[in-house]
Write a protein of this length. Sequence first.
Lengths: 403, 427
Amino acid sequence: MALSPFGSRSPSMTVHSPNTAIRLRATAAQNSVAGSTAAVAKPMPDGDRELTEQLNIEVRERYVKDKKVGEGTYAVVYVGHLQDDPSSRVAIKKIKVNAEYKDGLAMDAVREVKYLQELKHPNVITLHDVFSSKDQNLSLVLEFLPGGDLEMLIKDSDIHYGVADIKAWMGMLARGVWWCHENFVLHRDIKPNNLLIASDGEVKLADFGLARSFADPLFNMTHQVITRWYRPPELLYGARQYSGAVDVWSMGMVFAELLLRVPFVAGSTDLDQITKICEAFGTPTEDNWPGVSKLPYYIPTDKAQVVPLQGRDFFLRQFPTAGPVGADLLMSMCALDPRKRSTAVQCLRHNWWTMDPRPTQNQDLPRKSGGTQKMGDDLTRRGGELDEGMFKNAARQLDFGMK
Amino acid sequence: MIEDDIYRASSQYRLWSYTESSLQSLRATTNAVASERVRAALRRSRETHQSTASSAGTPQSETSAENKIKDANDIECLTPEEELVLVRYYCEKTLELGETYKPPMPTMVRATAIQYLRRFYLTNSPMTYHPKSIMACALFVATKTDNYYMSLRQFAEGIPGETTAEDVIAPEFLLMQGLRFTFDVRHPFRGLEGGVMELQAIAEGQGQPAPHLPHETAEDLQQGLLSIAPPPVPSSSMADRIARAHTKTRELLKSAAQMTDAYFLYTPSQIWLSAFLLADRPLAEFLLDVKLGGPVTATIPPPEIDDNGLVNPLYEIRSKLHRVLSECSALLQSYTPLSSDPVQMKNLKRIAKKLYHCQNPEKVNISAARKRESARPSPAIQSDAGPVTSESESERLAKKRKLEQEEAARQSDDVFGGELVTQRTKH
């Protein structure tokens, strides 16, 4: 069955996070001995450091930075290795302290650390460790992903790939998203350049700077998330309560883009985005989406302008390479009404995965060099940004659903 | 893959779950290490004072606590139990602090902050870092991690008393380090909401049978619910009864579950089910019956044995669950708020007074320590260059601390527990 979230562990995971819980206890026990003798023998040794400070230093000294591979306004990314294993590779993302932001650790970093600590899965970037440096900068030790990202492969016309490759990539994406949702985490920024590729070809969901937990009834959330081209209609209409369906829409957009090799619905403004969605998939109305007209930014469409909801034949015509079953899966991800859209687990249960052609094996997937640099760029970017820079920061004006 | 596996992948399970004995030994270790440090620090402080006094040739003021101490080894440090009482008190204060904001902070944010405090004090001692200086930071960090965004300035303004934004944010890194950079807290609230929704659906005749009990219909479930034993407090309807049980359980989860070791010892679902049992036992038992079948009581001992002579696994699960839930219920029931109990309050005041004499003088000013730390050379190249705290700084800190204590004493209605200090100065 396609639903196997724990496929084989990726061999690219060269670094094993130690069992920190056990370590904490063990170090605590050692320390009681060392601490007491040190305090008697030396009046002011390094034993002055608290237990957790010592642990932090231990973690920090476990890694060596080798080379800077990316720098943005938010973070610097280095390639590094384990002190005691020069052949290992890790990415170290050092969060910059923003001089203008006086409120302590920035929200992007808080979210990224919070959720990556919880999400261990072959299709989610692994957070090996977190440590702080002397100047109180936070460093995230992440899985080294030298294969670049899906955007790079989509855009490179020298790279040829087929539906079996798309099936493999989409399967890995769907499993990663499923795992997030199973843990009550919304990613809220799924797009090709957040889908990084490991040395063995495994696709990894990265950049959790806009993620949040969900499924707490009645809690409002911000609708200003997800990079525009991948943002679902309910968020464009200003919905404050939503579900994993938002990520599924983004997955659908990635699927379409993999098939077409260009973004399927590329609006230049939020309004343009909703217009283009209506043109492509049909106009949301109370008939096809009960309750839609009550959403804050819903714009009623003139009766004459209403585009009827697109059916299966539309998807088959637009995406012939997907085949009828693939088109059916894509259609289920692109339902306008989020309640009618497939959930991540429903996507995984679709029979497209098990029919021919079978997904390409990881080692046979198309790949491209220069991925380390791309990883550096991807990991320094803040969530919600389009690389084009045209609409920069549009999604950054978070209001966090306070009202 | 079942929910238990997912929970076991969480940092709450990996790093913050203990047995009673491992929890106890970790606290004992933390206490022992901190006590040694306090004694060493006070000894240094005393030596500094003496050398200052002899070089200046004038007698020192006898008001400073350190000066009265003849031998640092005589200093009575807090016991792990006393530390725990103190931390619990500041957890109660955190709940109150969240209440003072307009609108009050969501329960979830406050509960997260409380668990941060409890986690932090597993490896840190109140003798090193006074909970008073950590609690506001814990609440602020919780607003960030639980998506209840407010600016630091706005947050600091909401705190009664003289707390500045810098006071709030100064221990942030210290706190995050103590939390081992894990910010996710799995609360029992979401599970409770789910359970209540399920009971409501059953009451309305829309219940779904458990997957392994497919023979049950929505009507069976509804009839079953209507025929359970009466509630502890009479209610007008089943909907009313469920609502009451819901409210009472929430109260327990907001108080007893936060202030005891429940989160360290039990899973979120065990906690809410235990609280639900305390709120309305027949209703909670019914829900368990629906999920797992067959009640477990002392009067019905024979487990179902199938044709192969195997015990029904559900029966085993139910028995095990029954035992765990009883233990957890007992823990929750053991809780009484400190502030409502004169005996406990008296004990708390004694502890606060004791802490005044065994507070690590070098860690009092977190903000200054933070600046010192960033200016400090890396451990690799650090030599034995002697005490980090200079004589004058040690003096300054002692004075500053005294002023702070006096200031706190003046604010006796302060949520930070000013009254404790007032009591102390009377002695």
